[in-house]
Design a binder for this molecule. Structure first.
Ligand SMILES: Cc1cc2nc3c(=O)[nH]c(=O)nc-3n(C[C@H](O)[C@H](O)[C@H](O)COP(=O)(O)O)c2cc1C
Length: 264
């Protein structure tokens, strides 16, 4: 299947290595151009009916709560993203990770910063602003703005904001990957640096015939579903594979197996 018409695969792929979650922002409002670009992407990049991203051009600070008191709280973000899933749909979590990460990467490519927040946000503050259909739920939010150039002490100490983020090795997430085709290795490398709740990286890849399967590692993450994290990794994998010229499509699977990417 050719990529989704609103997918900017090479732009999003290029921004993957430098994207980092940021939690301290400079309070300055975003430009109309940036807000329009993100709003347009939110409405056009809807590959799945059960997942969507909403832009809040103005985000009240009450949306973000601290981890312990105000410690770990997102500060100074002028805007926000809201990640909404249809709770009645069995694959909505991974679809939301996939769709939401597209907006995260697009924002990063335009020089904005983000941070998926699945735990420390106020659902009631969000649902006061956002109208949800009956089975829709807010799974996560993200600040959207320009992060402070120098991460403040709390961000450095709690989240290692000025150090390279630790990641599982390629062998841990994709055993035997050194023998895989170039497109599959590129996919796994792009997935390796994807964001995940508590940096647990709960995705595992294996090859079956010509296809690659994404599965959850079985680790349980409080609050945030590992399926959502795996959806994020699916988008990264696809961008890496497409970067090697490989066209393909996802097929949903059941249980620990999340989805299969098959070349076309
Ligand atoms: C689904 C999801 C939920 C997250 N929830 C939170 C959160 O509640 N609070 C927070 O400070 N960071 C949260 N994060 C950010 C992760 O801690 C971060 O992605 C991870 O440590 C990797 O760091 P990086 O994004 O800079 O590569 C979340 C990330 C994801 C993908």
């Amino acid at each position: 299947m050719p990529s989704h018409p609103a997918m900017e695969a090479s732009t999003w792929l290029a921004t993957i290595p430098s994207r980092r979650s940021r939690r301290a922002f400079d309070t300055h409002a975003l430009s109309h151009e940036d807000l329009d670009a993100i709003a347009t992407l939110c409405s056009r990049f809807t590959p799945y009916e059960d997942a969507r991203v909403l832009l809040l051009p103005e985000a009240p600070e009450t949306v973000f709560t601290g981890l312990i008191g105000s410690y770990g709280k997102v500060t100074g973000s002028p805007s926000a993203l809201v990640f909404i899933a249809d709770a009645a749909s069995p694959h909505a979590e991974e679809h939301l990770g996939y769709t939401g990460e597209a907006v995260v990467l697009a924002a990063d490519a335009r020089g904005m910063q983000t941070c998926w927040i699945g735990g420390s946000f106020s659902r009631s503050a969000v649902t006061r602003i956002v109208t949800l259909r009956e089975s829709q739920v807010v799974r996560a939010v993200s600040p959207l703005g320009h992060a402070l150039l120098e991460p403040p002490r709390a961000e450095r100490v709690m989240f290692g904001a000025s150090k390279p983020k630790s990641r599982r090795s390629l062998d841990q997430i994709a055993a035997g990957q050194e023998d895989w085709p170039a497109w599959a290795q590129a996919g796994v490398r792009a997935a390796q640096v994807a964001p995940s709740a508590m940096n647990r990286q709960p995705w595992r890849f294996r090859m079956e015939g010509d296809s690659v399967i994404v599965a959850t590692s079985g680790v349980r993450t409080p609050v945030v579903s590992t399926r959502l994290d795996c959806g994020i990794a699916m988008l990264h994998f696809e961008l890496g594979a497409r970067g090697e010229g490989l066209d393909g499509e996802w097929e949903a699977l059941e249980g620990h197996d999340i989805a299969r990417w098959s070349p076309r």
